[in-house]
Ligand binder design. Structure first.
Ligand code: BJ8
Length: 425
């Protein structure tokens, strides 16, 4: 029997009619894109269930946890350290921003030529359709690109629980000091929110939980490097997206169980693609739920995605935090080191990123790279041009795609991707 979550959504202040419309589009798209795939690993059943209950059972868990005294922290960027949130017994969730919603309203606040991810984050707030956002005790924005920075000024007028984290733009000694100061300020804010003091044992526990989650994702990523490909890129993407919403320990167990099955599939040579299917590395802007547009186009055009150089993927999961220090300052330093290694395009210079893409392309045996940039995203669009040159000099064919969340360019997108896939064959 399915539970009617409407009373809970009403309590959270959601616009029930608009929310119903969103869920029905989401459910339809998930069925068409995900459930229509053939020969999926059984372990994907867990992720299908999580997605079917993403606004239902998971939100009920968060509301129940709040009733038991825990706090929920929503965030937009992989720079917000979940280790610190967990150390104070808070629950951290991602705020997705992967679909257009209430665009007419959004454009009363933001210029039309703003990236879809930013517009979506404001649209979900204005339309009152995101239960994660509405149930968050604290919403953390971060000063990354200029668009996000300025959009948070608007979000701050709509939400009284917005906390803005400043981030460095340069990985200098001064940049590192800024990040450390901001992580300390965040720790203090989370302690004040929860009433829990973070000590060494609590922070070590938070680090261990997140390290285990990242290790499981690294295991999944490595299995996709095998010539016998046991899982589609779309299915791996959903695991990368659920990473941001699910209970971290349960999620880690589910990913490890999926990986056990994928190892068996590889041993038995059970693959999701025919021999010779071109292998694609997708690189660039994050793909938040339910942004499945480009991956679906790629995987219905005769190619398969074997890796994501993205914050919803390798960039967000790469690197563990060293938990060997036995004082708080040492652990905070270790967190700063781990997060400062993220090669987001908002940094200048951002030289490590091209090396990471080449290394990932080699490990995943990619035949080509598709650089994915959201329209009007200057940091990733600017990096795409020199990256294309550099990758092609190493013999890696590259396609640059700029798009948004609308369906208007689907025909053109499909034509360009199909031509690229033909080239790789
Ligand atoms: S660490 S990638 S999650 S900032 S697409 S909003 S950059 S205009 S998302 Fe990101 Fe953190 Fe960096 Fe990762 Fe701006 Fe570009 Fe829009 Fe973007």
């Amino acid at each position: 029997m399915t539970t009617d979550h409407t009373p809970m959504w009403k309590n959270l202040g959601l616009d029930i009619e608009a929310h119903d419309a969103l869920l029905s589009v989401l459910g339809q798209a998930y069925g068409d894109i995900y459930l229509a795939q053939e020969n999926r690993p059984e372990g994907m059943g867990y992720f299908d269930f999580v997605m079917s209950e993403v606004h239902g059972q998971r939100i009920q868990e968060l509301v129940d946890a709040q009733a038991a005294g825990r706090k929920v922290i929503g965030c937009y960027c992989v720079f917000v350290p979940e280790e610190i949130s967990l150390a104070a017994e808070a629950i951290q969730v991602g705020l997705c921003s992967g679909a257009d919603f209430a665009m007419d309203e959004v454009e009363k606040y933001l210029p039309r030529n703003t990236c879809a991810l930013i517009k979506s984050s404001l649209g979900f707030k204005l339309a009152k359709v995101c239960p994660y956002l509405e149930c968050s005790d604290l919403v953390v924005g971060e000063n990354t690109c200029d668009g996000k920075k300025k959009a948070y000024e608007n979000l701050g007028t709509l939400a009284d629980n917005l906390y803005v984290m400043d981030l460095p733009q340069v990985k200098s000694d001064e940049g590192r000091a800024l990040l450390k100061a901001e992580f300390i300020r965040y720790k203090e804010a989370v302690e004040a929110l929860t009433g829990n003091t973070i000590d060494v044992a609590a922070l070590k526990k938070g680090i261990a939980i997140v390290n285990n989650k990242r290790k499981a994702m690294a295991r999944l990523a490595a299995l996709r490097h095998n010539p016998v490909l046991p899982i589609s890129g779309l299915d791996a993407l959903i695991a990368n997206q659920v990473f941001f919403y699910d209970d971290p320990v349960r999620f880690t167990d589910a990913v490890n169980a999926l990986c056990d099955e994928l190892e068996t599939r590889i041993a038995e040579k059970t693959t999701v693609v025919a021999d010779g299917t071109p292998r694609i590395l997708v690189s660039g802007c994050p793909m938040a739920v339910p942004n499945w547009k480009l991956p679906a186009v790629i995987e219905t055009s005769g190619a398969v995605i074997v890796a994501e150089e993205s914050c919803v993927g390798e960039r967000g999961c790469r690197n563990l935090t060293d938990d060997s220090a036995d004082d708080l300052d040492g652990l905070m330093d270790a967190l700063v080191d781990r997060y400062l290694a993220i090669d987001c395009a908002i940094f200048t210079p951002n030289t490590e990123r091209s090396g990471h893409i080449k290394e990932l392309a080699e490990k995943s045996k990619a035949d080509g790279v598709i650089q994915y940039t959201l329209n009007f995203c200057q940091p990733y669009a600017m990096e795409a041009i020199p990256l294309e040159k550099e990758l092609e000099e190493t013999g890696l064919p590259t396609l640059r795609i700029e798009t948004d969340y609308s369906q208007e360019d689907m025909g053109q997108l499909k034509t360009r991707v199909e031509a690229f896939v033909e080239l790789l064959k």
